[in-house]
Design a protein around this ligand. Structure first.
Ligand code: SAM
Length: 244
């Protein structure tokens, strides 16, 4: 249900204004992003992240990269000069369709639709580098945990996983109320949410310590965790993880 809801929201956002859904600059709503300007933001982000990566893991192999939550390919296109092959993956078919239209690297960049809570369409050890920025934060926390395990499964030994995560909950109001929701209230809220597709993106956190434990249990070795400003006022960190 949670995945279906996420997918439905992003299909809708992608059909209305995909570039704005990816980068919600108030000055660019109603299809006002210029394509060149939009993709230039991707190059700036990827070039900065690659420069950081080369200081942390200078010998990383650069054959296959996975861009998880690729949207219209803003970052996948920017990864292409750094890797032999790039696979962009997204839950929304409407994003993948537009990513293909914007592909400037032929067969070196491929886009795949993955409406699933796992990455089983890829074998173990498929990628040297798994990358995901401003995506996990929009995915319910229970699904995020599953994808993090999958990132390590598809990463090759000696490869790296780099992703950005929000670590503080945007809204904890009910926790401070005198009357926390009863089971009945929760059930009612669950079905109300399921019945109405609210086309706004949600923000979801996984606490830092929990993410670190999970990554280590999945066979990862954390190289570095840094503040990564990508989620407005919410606390957001980048994780760089390798697999021995
Ligand atoms: C804010 S956009 C960021 C896109 C891209 N990472 C970028 O920075 O240009 C978030 C993307 O994550 C995708 N997404 C959301 N849930 C997903 C999931 N469960 N699996 C894969 N992609 C997902 C959305 O469809 C959307 O394209």
């Amino acid at each position: 249900m949670r995945l279906w809801h996420t997918k439905t929201v992003w299909e809708k956002l992608a059909r209305e204004d995909a570039m704005w859904a990816v980068l919600t600059d108030p000055a660019k709503d109603r299809n006002r992003w210029q394509v060149d300007e939009f993709f230039a933001t991707g190059r700036a982000t990827v070039d900065a992240d690659m420069a950081y990566l080369s200081t942390q893991l200078p010998t990383l192999a650069k054959r296959d990269a996975l861009d998880f939550g690729c949207g219209v390919g803003r970052l996948s296109q920017a990864l292409a000069p750094h890797f032999d092959r790039v696979t962009g993956l997204d839950v929304a078919a409407a994003m993948i369709e537009q990513a293909n239209q914007h592909n400037r690297h032929g067969e070196r960049v491929t886009y795949v639709h993955n409406p699933a809570g796992h990455l089983r369409q890829f074998a173990d050890h498929s990628f040297d580098f798994v990358y995901s920025v401003i995506t996990l934060q929009h995915i319910p926390a229970s699904l995020q945990r599953g994808y993090l395990r999958e990132f390590l499964r598809v990463c090759r030994p000696g490869g790296a996983v780099f992703f950005q995560l929000v670590t503080t909950e945007p809204d904890k109001r009910w926790r401070f109320s005198w009357y926390p929701p009863t089971m009945w209230m929760r059930i009612r809220r669950y079905f109300r949410r399921a019945a109405t597709i609210d086309p706004t993106m949600t923000m979801n956190a996984v606490p830092r310590a929990e993410a670190s434990n999970l990554l280590e249990q999945a066979g990862g070795r954390i190289v570095d965790i840094q503040p990564y400003g990508a989620a407005g006022e919410l606390e957001s960190w980048s994780y760089l993880v390798t697999k021995d």
